[in-house]
Design a protein around this ligand. Structure first.
Ligand code: HAM
Length: 418
């Protein structure tokens, strides 16, 4: 036998019985977002590498280490999208959406790709639902988006979710703050872990997440970005907080929140679920007021978030369930072709139906009818049919000609015998 081929490391198949929870997540998100005026945007799963290098940021781990990049037959440098915000901005610019009423509100759903070390909740192909509102710097937008993310996880029934909220201010305030932070860290360099010491220049903020005891002591005394915001940014943050309070959304201010992507300005937030292990972040987002301009568009403030569908599904932990039909047709050997005709008629009439396609015995077909979850079975014999209520076991003789109408009259779960 030839060697078996497996799905690539960090990827997985979603089997039919695993689709239910994902469908519910996607459908709940669609209804919520479209009900708030967000329109669906689909973009290609690969883009020019330059888009992410410029959009996500050259110094981020995503761009430095995690991109699936390749050149195509025409020598173009392409990358499987590691996130959706850069693509949404590219589409906004490419389609001249600045001429539409602002903000333009978009949502998306689909697979994303990052070459990370796989573990529970962290994959190389994962799935996100995202929302972006491009073209307004009003704190109303920040609040609308955060409330939508909160309401989505609440409506889905995800338990143990915490919302962390912060503000990164403007790039200028952040740069001045980073200098101050570096000076503080250098003044106590000896107490820092070697790893943190090496990253003082590149990414000092990461030190706030360190588990090293010495580093933690240094960082506990470090200045906080939230205390260094300029007046306009601090006021913006206050307004976002007041709007969230008004909407009854609980949050914790996180003065040292570090997001993994470079484009954020002002408001940032993350949703963490304490039912998940190390990969507890079910969603995150924030403002990215400089990104559209960085990608060649006009100066345009924007804001958005993405939630991980795989992590939401893990957190919900719903039991697997095979697909179900309303009616299962069990046929005697001489009625097999008629069974297929009947299934086709039922489906065309809007009644979901399935049948044996492997010429099983009567007993085998009954077992299949049971497994199909159908509320009713049609037992098809020569010139005659009986309808069996699968829960009560009650059976009634039915005239063949009126079968479809009869089944239409009493939909699954309702009426007859029940
Ligand atoms: P992100 O925080 O990188 O943000 O990803 C958002 C969510 O995607 C995470 O909270 C997590 O649930 C999920 N996720 C990320 N990487 C993985 C992975 N390797 N395996 C499984 N799930 C994963 C963004 O992507 C931004 N584009 C969000 C945004 C939109 N900001 C503004 N607008």
């Amino acid at each position: 036998m030839s060697e078996k081929i497996k799905a690539p490391r960090g990827t997985f198949d979603v089997l039919p019985e695993q689709q239910g929870v994902r469908r519910r997540i996607a459908e709940t998100a669609r209804a919520l977002l479209e009900g708030a005026g967000y329109g669906r945007l689909d973009t290609p799963v690969f883009e020019e590498t330059e888009l992410f290098a410029r959009g996500v940021g050259e110094s981020t781990e995503v761009v430095q280490k995690q991109m699936f990049s390749f050149s195509d037959q025409g020598g173009r440098e392409l990358t499987l999208r590691p996130e959706g915000t850069a693509s949404a901005c590219r589409a906004y610019i490419e389609h001249g959406m600045q001429k539409r009423p602002q903000p333009v509100k978009l949502w998306y759903e689909g697979p994303f790709f990052r070459h990370e070390r796989p573990q529970a909740g962290r994959y190389r192909q994962f799935h996100q639902i995202g929302a972006e509102a491009i073209g307004s710097d009003s704190p109303l937008v920040d609040a609308e988006l955060i409330v939508l993310a909160w309401d989505l996880v609440t409506e889905l029934g995800v338990e143990g979710v915490r919302l962390g909220l912060g503000s990164l201010g403007s790039p200028a305030a952040r740069a001045a703050y980073l200098d101050e932070l570096r000076t503080h860290m250098r003044s106590r360099e000896g107490e820092l872990s070697a790893e943190v010491r090496e990253r003082i220049e590149l990414n000092p903020l990461r030190a706030f997440d360190s588990a090293d005891e010495g580093t933690r002591a240094v960082m506990a005394d470090a200045p906080r970005l939230l205390d260094r915001l300029d007046a306009a940014d601090a006021e913006h943050f206050e307004q976002v907080r007041a709007l969230l309070d008004r909407a009854g959304v609980p949050y914790e201010v996180d003065a040292t929140m570090v997001r993994g992507l470079d484009y954020y300005t002002r408001t940032v937030f993350e949703l963490h679920c304490d039912r998940l292990g190390a990969q507890s972040q079910v969603g995150g987002g924030g403002r990215y007021d400089g990104l559209i301009e960085q990608l060649g568009g006009p100066p345009t403030p924007a804001n958005g978030w993405a939630l991980g569908i795989d992590r939401l599904a893990l957190a919900l932990g719903e039991p697997e369930e095979p697909p179900r039909v309303e009616v299962f047709i069990v046929a005697e050997p001489d009625a097999r072709e008629r069974a297929l005709t009947l299934a086709i008629e039922l489906r065309r009439a809007g009644i979901s139906a399935d049948l044996d396609l492997a010429e099983r015995s009567h007993k085998g077909q009954m077992k299949q009818a049971d497994r199909s979850g159908a509320a009713r079975a049609v037992l098809l014999g020569e010139g005659a049919a009986r309808v069996r209520d699968m829960s009560s076991g009650e059976t009634a003789e039915v005239d063949l000609g009126g079968l479809v109408d009869r089944l239409r009259e009493a939909p699954a779960g309702g009426g007859e015998g029940a």
